[in-house]
Design a protein around this ligand. Structure first.
Ligand SMILES: NC(=O)c1ccc[n+]([C@@H]2O[C@H](COP(=O)([O-])OP(=O)(O)OC[C@H]3O[C@@H](n4cnc5c(N)ncnc54)[C@H](OP(=O)(O)O)[C@@H]3O)[C@@H](O)[C@H]2O)c1
Length: 255
């Protein structure tokens, strides 16, 4: 039985940083890198060798997820890490997205991580880790990112509750809540809307977020928040009424 890590959204940004860090983990035999863009995944193998196994999967496709589940069943690996990282945002008002576009975002950002968690758990044992990539956007409702922030709030609550349920099994579930990170997320998020997010306070690079997230998972923490700016937003969201935090957000973005 092989010790493996599964990383979704491994073709760029934060996911690629996780792959790089996991390559240093001696106990891992393979890293299963999941995304849609085959070429980007192949580049990982070219650069880091065949410890990286690639799986070209559209995570908004439920049948494809179940098929991946069948593969896990067949190979029976020891899943040491499941990193549900794939996700995307759209910076626009509620009517800037089609119905199907909105459902697609919900499928990728939350249905897929929950499904993969359920499929992976039978193959995880004591000392294994689930990392679900939520966001600072989960701390409060965010106008003009209303669906995105809601998917991330779901994922954070789901992960923290799961962490409690898994305590007896010695498996950790960590909700990783990054603030703004310098990645390709923005290319996909900007849809030319009149009212769009433009102010990216406290921007950091994804390598630092990934490093802290892995440390926090190993320390059995149910949440991982990197950086002073994001930590202060977390505290503010705990003490201020949501109406106030939404007002601050609207002012920051000059909406
Ligand atoms: N950047 C930020 O400021 C920020 C802040 C907080 C949280 N986050 C979260 O961090 C995570 C990683 O995002 P990132 O910032 O690294 O952005 P990114 O560079 O755009 O990476 C997103 C990854 O998700 C994959 N993905 C998107 N749709 C997919 C689909 N339908 N099926 C399979 N894979 C899909 C993409 O791969 P393919 O396109 O090849 O499929 C890509 O590898 C996301 O969950 C995001 O919400 C980002």
């Amino acid at each position: 039985m092989k010790n493996i890590a599964i990383v979704t959204g491994a073709s760029s940004g934060l996911g690629r940083e996780f792959v790089k860090l996991l390559l240093k983990e001696k106990e891992l035999d393979q890293i299963w890198a999941v995304a849609r863009r085959k070429q980007k995944l192949d580049q990982l193998v070219e650069k880091y060798g065949d410890k990286v196994k690639t799986y070209t999967i559209d995570l908004s496709d439920q049948d494809a997820i179940l098929e991946f589940g069948e593969l896990i069943k067949k190979k029976k690996p020891n899943i040491r890490y499941l990193i549900n990282n794939a996700g995307y945002a759209k910076f626009c008002s509620y009517d800037g997205l089609s119905v199907m576009g909105t459902i697609n975002m919900i499928d990728v950002n939350l249905s897929a991580p929950v499904a993969l968690t359920l499929l992976a758990l039978p193959y995880m044992r004591r000392g294994s880790h689930i990392l679900n990539i939520s966001s600072q956007a989960s701390f409060q409702p965010l106008p003009y990112q209303n669906v995105y922030s809601s998917t991330k709030a779901f994922l954070r609550n789901y992960t923290r509750a799961l962490h409690v349920e898994l305590k007896g099994k010695g498996i950790s579930a960590t909700a990783v809540c990054p603030g703004w990170m310098r990645t390709a997320l923005y290319q996909r998020a900007k849809v030319g809307a009149k009212k769009t997010v433009n102010n990216f306070l406290g921007m950091v690079t994804p390598d630092k977020v990934a490093r802290k997230a892995l440390c926090d998972a190993k320390r059995n923490r149910d949440m991982s928040v990197y950086g002073i700016y994001t930590k202060s937003c977390h505290v503010a969201a705990k003490v201020l009424p949501q109406k106030t935090t939404m007002k601050i957000w609207m002012m920051q973005q000059r909406f």
